[in-house]
Write a protein that binds this ligand. Structure first.
Ligand code: GDD
Ligand code: GTP
Length: 407
């Protein structure tokens, strides 16, 4: 049997997601109309012999997460559990800490997935690839091609082109290493824990030698899959890269959530035409789209224009308002004839390997133009223009703003 683990991280990460992550943990933010994580879960539930999905992170258990897990278990008929780390243990430390839970029931292999990626999740293809490559207990990383410049923002993989063995792995190198990047989706066998265990032992020994203690246990348990495990496994005949031709993107910033929505909406044509249906009805009566996701309980007035945006539940777009490249927060209101607009940070359309840049908020001391984000319960008056701005929750604006963070 098989299992899957989704690394959901915790509250201190996701700063590029503010102010949206104030209201909902980033892994539950809706992308193409459903929580980001649901796309992973759907893909796992379709894999034959998949018995359980474990979410590993350091969020305090909260109502939203519990509710999501309950409803996803029912909808996808699969066991889902949340395992909470006592501190951020890194991408390898968390799974090592919970290795007994992962191995209980005796899975012959399990997937590990970063929560903050969007993908077609070619999991069956990875299983076939594993059967065909190397020895049965080899580990597989899903990879994709990036361009030279952007590759350095990711884990970079040098492969043996005949065998697809990973010869060399460097996490976010400072000079060009390879245009094959790590997608944050792995297929492991239980043997991976021997390798992580060896790093744990070594960390512990190093600490004894240094004679430091303090929060020692935590220091020994904090292990990164990328730097601590993959770099060492490369060239040992154990680690292989499955290069996917399918779509893939990271979801780090609010702008990349809109881009990821577009990738999933395109996929819905094939997989979930019913999810597009609601939008089609709206399309006939308003000018919405392309790439618009509308939450439940959203009120849209006459003559409203929306494109490349995510409108979260309970929002109201009054008559003739115009919303372009925005995320409109829960229960926010946009007044009549108001124009709320952002600047997309889409990948270069002329470069097939371009990825979306998840920019930092500021460059050279200035706010970089990006999509406009309205936090929850923001009110925009009639006939104003809000451009490239981030508005914190519960603000009642009284005029136009441009390139500002409104606190
Ligand atoms: N449980 C747990 N505990 N999860 C964690 C922790 C932790 O301490 N730290 C990070 N994560 C989760 C995050 O929520 C995210 O889903 C994933 O692990 C990776 O997050 P980062 O450590 O921030 O790495 P990154 O996203 O910058 O880069 C990783 O992903 C890229 C692909 O998107 C690396 O694996 C890169 O090599 C890779 O290219
Ligand atoms: P096809 O994708 O080939 O049908 O091209 P198109 O020109 O009809 O689509 P367009 O470029 O306008 O939109 C790109 C994608 O966004 C398509 O997958 C559409 O289904 C989707 N889309 C367009 N408008 C909407 C909308 O209002 N809501 C939703 N959910 N999706 C939309």
């Amino acid at each position: 049997m098989l299992k899957a683990v989704i690394l959901i991280g915790g509250p201190q990460k996701g700063t590029r997601f503010r102010p949206l992550s104030f209201e909902v943990p980033k892994p539950l933010f809706p992308v193409a109309g459903v929580p980001m994580l649901q796309h992973h879960i759907e893909a796992c539930a379709k894999v034959p012999n998949m018995k359980e999905i474990l979410l590993v992170g350091f969020y305090q258990p909260n109502e939203e997460l519990t509710r999501f897990i309950c409803s996803a278990q029912q909808e996808f008929k699969i066991l889902i559990r949340y395992l909470q780390e006592y501190a951020a243990l890194g991408t390898g430390g968390g799974i090592y800490h919970f290795r007994d839970q992962i191995l209980s029931g005796g899975p012959e292999a399990f997937f590990i997935m970063n929560a903050d990626v969007c993908s077609e999740f070619p999991l069956p293809e990875m299983l076939n690839f594993q059967k065909e490559h190397g020895e049965p207990s080899s580990f597989v990383i899903m990879g994709t091609t990036a361009n030279r410049k952007q590759s350095m923002n990711y884990g970079c993989i040098v492969e043996n082109q005949q065998t697809n063995e990973v010869l060399h792995y460097v996490e976010k190198p400072s000079t060009f290493v390879s245009d094959i990047i790590n997608c944050g989706i792995y297929l492991f066998t239980p043997e991976i824990f021997q390798h992580i265990g060896a790093v744990f032992q070594k960390n512990q020994q190093d600490m004894l030698d240094e004679q430091t203690n303090g929060n020692g246990w935590h220091r020994a348990e904090a292990i990164r899959l990328e730097q601590d495990i993959f770099t060492a496994l490369a060239g040992q005949g154990k680690l292989y890269v499955y290069k996917t031709p399918a779509f893939w993107s990271q979801i780090k910033s609010a702008g990349s959530a809109i881009y990821a929505s577009r990738l999933y909406l395109n996929q819905y044509h094939k997989t979930h035409p019913e999810r597009l249906f609601v939008h089609t009805i709206l399309l006939l009566t308003h000018t919405l789209g392309p790439n618009v996701s509308i939450g439940t309980g959203v009120t849209i007035g006459a003559g409203v224009r929306v494109r490349e945006s995510i409108i979260l539940h309970g929002a109201t777009l009054q008559d003739h308002s115009c919303v372009l490249n925005c995320i409109v927060g829960w229960d926010s209101t946009i007044g009549k004839w108001a124009r709320v607009e952002g600047t997309p940070s889409d990948p270069n359309p002329n470069d097939p390997y371009a990825k979306i840049d998840s920019e930092t908020l500021f460059r050279d001391g200035k706010l970089t133009p990006s999509i406009t984000i309205l936090g929850c319960n923001v009110t925009i008056p009639s006939e104003v223009i809000i451009l490239n701005s981030i508005v914190l929750p519960h603000k009642d604006l009284n005029r136009s703003f441009k390139n500002q963070i409104i606190l």
